[in-house]
Design a protein around this ligand. Structure first.
Ligand SMILES: *[C@@H]1O[C@H](CO)[C@@H](O)[C@H](O)[C@H]1NC(C)=O
Ligand SMILES: *[C@@H]1O[C@H](CO)[C@@H](O)[C@H](O)[C@H]1NC(C)=O
Length: 342
């Protein structure tokens, strides 16, 4: 998996009959809520950063009509009331205290509140200009999770094929994706890329572990055009999140651990990076996503209804349910929820 932005663009244009939707979302809220893994629990075990529709709350029953209840979205496609979230990153100082690592927008999306994240929906393998079949959009109530918050080794992380980190020297850095935190300072920041499985069982909108209703292709990846297994025959679009963590203020070697390890830790305590994970709750209005997936388009030229970054930002700043210091301006003695790096 060594993409560069230019190969991505070149391949997308080489394939005139495929949709690669790519857009930015501003940050909706950062707090300890997780309606997918711990619905109704306030606060949830660890801090997340959430983007998308403003009906996001602690419960979000699958029966809930999200598009109907959201009055705005922080995403560029204004009919996308889905919610997308990940854990957040902390820097651990030599004295053992923690500070939240700020986020930054992807190149071209400057001014997005809180940096937010970039979301992709892809119909086709990027290395193959011939689409194998149409992909299905998700159904109302659909949600999924990818990753393992308990993974701390390469072997445990190997169950997932495409959860990666890129050490960024500049805004365009896309090379050398690895599955653990970069081991050296990254002058521009660290990008986390989370790709969800692309084969659905066609029946269940969710499953007890929020993963069993989805599968990776039988072999290879979505990009290498691997076929879906018979248990999960429905090809869906590749959902990909990119989040950029602005580590630039934490790159002084004098602040890094004396034992040569790296200082970043996920909000749930993982100092390895192997536990990279993310959550998705579908919420596009009516058939607005399917309509775009059935066209040929690239990035924000994909049509649909779109709004400006200023309008996205107006939807940001949802009132927090959990009022606590998450270490944005202060050094915390423990991670919110009582986690330590381990
Ligand atoms: C979340 O929103 C739904 C629908 O508006 C509402 O029924 C539910 O009580 C809310 N849950 C919380 C914890 O606020
Ligand atoms: C811990 O380290 C940070 C970063 O160097 C520093 O700003 C903070 O004041 C220190 N806290 C204590 C209690 O020494």
């Amino acid at each position: 998996m060594h993409w560069t932005t230019s190969t991505l663009v070149a391949l997308a244009f080489a394939s005139p009959i495929s949709a690669l939707i790519r857009f930015q979302c501003s940050q909706l809220v950062v707090e300890r809520l997780d309606p997918l893994v711990t619905p109704g629990q306030v606060p949830s075990p660890h801090v997340h950063q959430i983007v998308g529709g403003n009906s996001f709350n602690a419960t979000m029953a699958p029966s809930k009509d999200m598009p109907g209840e959201s009055t705005c979205t922080t995403c560029q496609f204004s009919e996308d009331f889905s919610n997308y979230w990940t854990a957040i990153l902390y820097f651990r100082a030599r004295n053992g205290t923690y500070k939240r690592v700020p986020q930054r927008s992807n190149a071209g999306f400057d001014g997005t509140t809180g940096g937010g994240m970039t979301v992709y929906y892809m119909t086709d393998p990027l290395y193959d200009s011939q689409p194998k079949s149409k992909v299905s959009a998700f159904k109302p109530g659909f949600r999924m999770f990818v990753g393992d918050i308990n993974a701390r080794t390469k072997e445990q992380a190997a169950r997932f094929r495409q959860l990666t980190y890129t050490c960024m020297e500049n805004a365009g850095s896309r090379e050398h994706e690895v599955v653990h935190f970069p081991q050296k300072p990254c002058s521009y920041g660290i990008m986390t890329s989370v790709r969800f499985p692309t084969c659905w069982d066609g029946v269940n909108l969710d499953s007890p572990d929020h993963m069993a209703h989805m599968s990776y292709p039988e072999s290879g990846t979505f990009e290498s055009a691997g076929p879906c297994p018979s248990t999960h025959p429905v090809r869906v679009s590749q959902v990909l999140f990119e989040v950029i963590w602005d580590t630039s203020k934490f790159n002084d070697p004098a602040d890094w651990p004396e034992d040569g390890s790296q200082p970043f830790v996920w909000s749930f305590g993982d100092p390895t990076g192997y536990a990279n994970h993310a959550d998705y709750v579908f919420g596009w209005k009516d058939d607005s996503l399917q309509k775009i997936l059935d066209t040929s388009c690239y990035a924000t030229s994909c049509g649909g209804k779109q709004q400006s970054i200023a309008e996205m930002n107006k939807c940001a700043g949802l009132k927090k349910t959990v009022d606590e210091d998450i270490g944005e301006d202060t050094w915390l003695t423990q991670l919110p929820g009582g986690h330590a790096a381990e």
